[in-house]
Every structure is written in C-alpha cells, then in structure tokens.
Design a binder for this molecule. Structure first.
Ligand SMILES: Nc1nc2c(ncn2[C@@H]2O[C@H](COP(=O)(O)OP(=O)(O)OP(=O)(O)O)[C@@H](O)[C@H]2O)c(=O)[nH]1
Ligand SMILES: [Mg+2]
Length: 268
C-alpha cells in the first residue's frame, strides 16, 4: 500500500468513511474471502483477535465500526495502516449489528469477493475454524459455525445465558425449520453469489434477529446450508451488547417468519 486512502460516503442514511485499500467504495481483493469484524467498543478484544485471524487463514479483514468511544477506531486505523489486508469502515453512529453487516455485504459484493464471513470481534469465535469455514463454503452457500451440533459447544456462559440461547434455538427450530440447529450463530461463511440471489433489502433486524432472518432466507430459498462445530467462548474483555431489546426483537421476528411460512407470504 503506497498511499492510505479514505473517502466519505453516505450509505442508508449513515455517514461512513472507508479506510484502507479503497477505490469507489470497493476494497481491492487479495483473497477469495472477506472476514467482517463488527465492532462497538472492542478496543482490547480486537488487539488480541486481529493477529490471530490473519495468522489463521489468508483472508482480507473489514472492521465495521459504529462510532466506538473507546479508541477501537484509532487502534483499527493504525492497524489497517500497517497491514494491507485490513480495512476499516467507520460509520458515524450505532445502528446495530444487522445494519453493519448489510453494509459490509454490499462492500464484499462490490469488491468481487467470493465469500464473505461474519465473525464476532469479542474473541468468542475460534479463529482456527476459519479455514474449515472457507473450505466448506466452496460447496455450500451458507456455512454456520455451530454450537449445537456434535462436538460444538459453549464455554464460560452463565446458566441463564445458556438457557436463553438453548431455548431460542429450540423454539426457532420448532417454528421455522429443523434443517439448522444454531439459528443465532454469528460465525458464518456466505457465498456472495448466493447473497445476491436473496432479498436483503427487507432485512431490518439487528442482533440475534438478524442472524435468524438471514439464515431463514437461505433455508427458505432452498440454498445449500451446512453447519460445522465450534466451541464458543465467553468474551474476556469488553461488554456484551446483548439485552432485552435484542431478545424481544428475535422473539417477534420468529413469530413473523412463522406466519409468513404458514400463510405463504415470504419474500425470499
Ligand atoms: N458495528 C457494530 N458492531 C456491533 C454493534 N452491536 C454489537 N456489535 C458487535 O457485534 C459483535 C457481537 O456483539 P456482542 O456484544 O458480543 O453480542 P453477542 O455476541 O450477541 O452477545 P454476547 O454473547 O453476550 O457477547 C461484537 O463484535 C460487537 O462489538 C453495532 O451496533 N454496530
Ligand atoms: Mg459476543
């Protein structure tokens, strides 16, 4: 990288600045996969995570920050300056995980990546699964790093968090489909040609709801979905953004998708 570039863009009403190897809102691909790290106040976590991700596989990384106040942006910017595989998309305000991923999906598609990956920036997802996710995405449209298949699991969560997650997934399976076991997973590899084929314009959810809604679109469209096991670990630093509003959003979303499934009004 000879010159550090940046440009101001307006995307779905949010002012954003892309830093890194950017020309007209696109990243110049150096790999088949773009791994997206959404961040909101993850300064400590990303310092530990970024070298691990880059050491695990040949992927490009896009950090999508929604106006962190804890120096995540400054750190990410400095890191991106020193590593040509890392870019930062800095959005001016917190609009939720779903909106951040939708923005990143557009960048991945426009830039010509074959695969776009979802990965939490809080260190909960194991980086050593990244090569397996990419490999499986050669023959599947959506690959989920799953906690609820044999050899998958969760470490470090309290009993209530385990219960909420287990119940939410069991209920979603019952209401929507048993084809997927981990509906709320945020560790995914997605083929961009499949993403183009489904309608993401109507996706308005955030948090766990976003994960359920995107996964449902793949299942409902008859696309190839596969789960591979991961051990999910509770974050060691930073603060969880999970809360009641995210849980309620997911709860009402599943009812809505259930009604659409039963009454056949689903837009894929
Ligand atoms: N860009 C962006 N990232 C977000 C936003 N909300 C959460 N994130 C990031 O999304 C990832 C997942 O958020 P967490 O707070 O870990 O929530 P969670 O994984 O659903 O819940 P926990 O298991 O309790 O950690 C983290 O990397 C967050 O920093 C947001 O509004 N915008
Ligand atoms: Mg988390």
């Amino acid at each position: 990288m000879t010159e550090f570039q940046s440009s101001l863009q307006v995307f779905r009403g949010v002012e954003s600045v892309l830093h890194g190897r950017l020309v007209d809102g696109k990243i110049s691909c150096r790999s088949i996969a773009l791994l997206v790290l959404p961040t909101f106040n993850e300064r400590e976590s990303i310092e530990e995570l970024l070298p691990k991700v880059l050491g695990a596989a040949t992927v490009d990384v896009l950090i999508v920050d929604d106006g962190s106040t804890d120096e995540t942006i400054e750190f990410a910017l400095e890191f991106a300056r020193g590593n040509e595989r890392v870019s930062l998309l800095h959005r001016s305000e917190k609009r939720g995980l779903g909106a951040a991923y939708l923005h990143a999906f557009d960048v991945a598609i426009a830039s010509g990546y074959e695969i776009v990956m979802e990965f939490d920036a809080d260190g909960s997802h194991p980086t050593d699964v990244i090569p397996a996710l990419i490999e499986a995405a050669r023959e599947n449209d959506l690959v989920i790093g799953s906690r609820y298949v044999p050899e998958g699991g969760i470490e470090g969560w309290s009993v209530d968090r385990r219960f909420i997650s287990f119940f939410a997934n069991m209920w979603t399976r019952t209401m929507l489909s048993r084809r997927v076991r981990d509906w709320t997973a945020g560790c995914k590899a997605i083929r961009t040609d499949a993403l183009r084929a489904i309608d993401l314009e109507c996706v308005k959810t955030s948090g766990y709801g976003f994960q359920i809604e995107v996964t449902w679109k793949f299942v409902r469209s008859g696309l190839r979905v596969r789960e591979i096991p991961i051990i999910f670990r509770e974050r060691e630093s930073g603060v969880s953004k999970f809360g009641k509003s995210i849980a309620f959003e997911a709860f009402f979303l599943v009812w809505r998708l259930f009604a659409q499934r039963v009454f056949g009004t689903t837009k894929h």
